[in-house]
Design a protein around this ligand. Sequence first.
Ligand code: ADP
Ligand code: MG
Length: 302
Amino acid sequence: MTAPVVVARGLRKSYGDLTVLDGVDLDVAPGGVLALLGPNGAGKTTTVRILATLLKPDAGTAHVAGKDVVTQAADVRASISLTGQFAAVDELLTGVENMRLMARLAHLGSREVRTRSDELLELFDLTDAGRRVVKTYSGGMRRRLDLAVGLLGRPQVVFLDEPTTGLDPRSRNALWDVIRDVVAEGTTVLLTTQYLEEADQLADRIAVIDHGRMIADGTATQLKRAVGSAHVQLVLRDGETERIATDGTVPDVRRILADVERRGVAVDTWEVRSPTLDDVFLTLTGRPAEPTEELVLATQES
Ligand SMILES: Nc1ncnc2c1ncn2[C@@H]1O[C@H](COP(=O)(O)OP(=O)(O)O)[C@@H](O)[C@H]1O
Ligand SMILES: [Mg+2]
């Protein structure tokens, strides 16, 4: 196997009595997409911030593109980009102006700036919007621009911290397409998410994190096999629930419902459910994912 581009070993981080990372190990192969999947408060952002050199671990080591994130932080920074939930673009500038500004900061030559930013705006479906000030953009457009800006310097590794949280389904799909394009360019991607479906759509490997510890690691297929497939959930008139596995196709769901009708089961409500993060946690830990209360600390994102 080729050497991983992102390697973390035994990362630990505490704030006072609160242990946030309790020995995190990670490997991301070059050109691969790893999803770090976990509920709110699991330690995803802390891990990404350490890998992106924004935060020092209390213990453990991490290398990105062969460089140590603590002792060679500047080298690491030169080969990565980080896009978070809160887009870091300037509201008062147009999309194109944001791109040009960041390109100059990334020390790209003026010809390269123009070609690369045009190419990225096109790729991200922002060519027309690029002439408007960012203030007028939707949430999804901002995220796409933020990601495009991050790609100007052709980073080897892209960190995406909950790239689609808070987006409507259409914007989420548009962003997924863009992320697939980034991957197709050969960029290594580490993304964090709370959605099993997102990890399944984008990642070739999924690492599940809970309370600062990795509790599972495998391909999307392996994880889904462990968790089980989609199912039809019936709530019966007596309040009992019944689950019947399905591949989610129309004929299969029709067959299941016809069978339920034939058995004369008194159904109150029914739905087709895909496995969720909760199902993953139930399978892996025997309990649902328990999001810690979201203490929004002003210092947390600074
Ligand atoms: N600067 C900080 N000071 C104190 N606690 C923090 C700080 N940053 C994060 N935490 C806590 O660490 C835990 C993990 O946070 P985080 O890595 O942001 O999780 P996630 O991104 O998975 O939601 C949470 O309980 C959070 O409240
Ligand atoms: Mg987070």
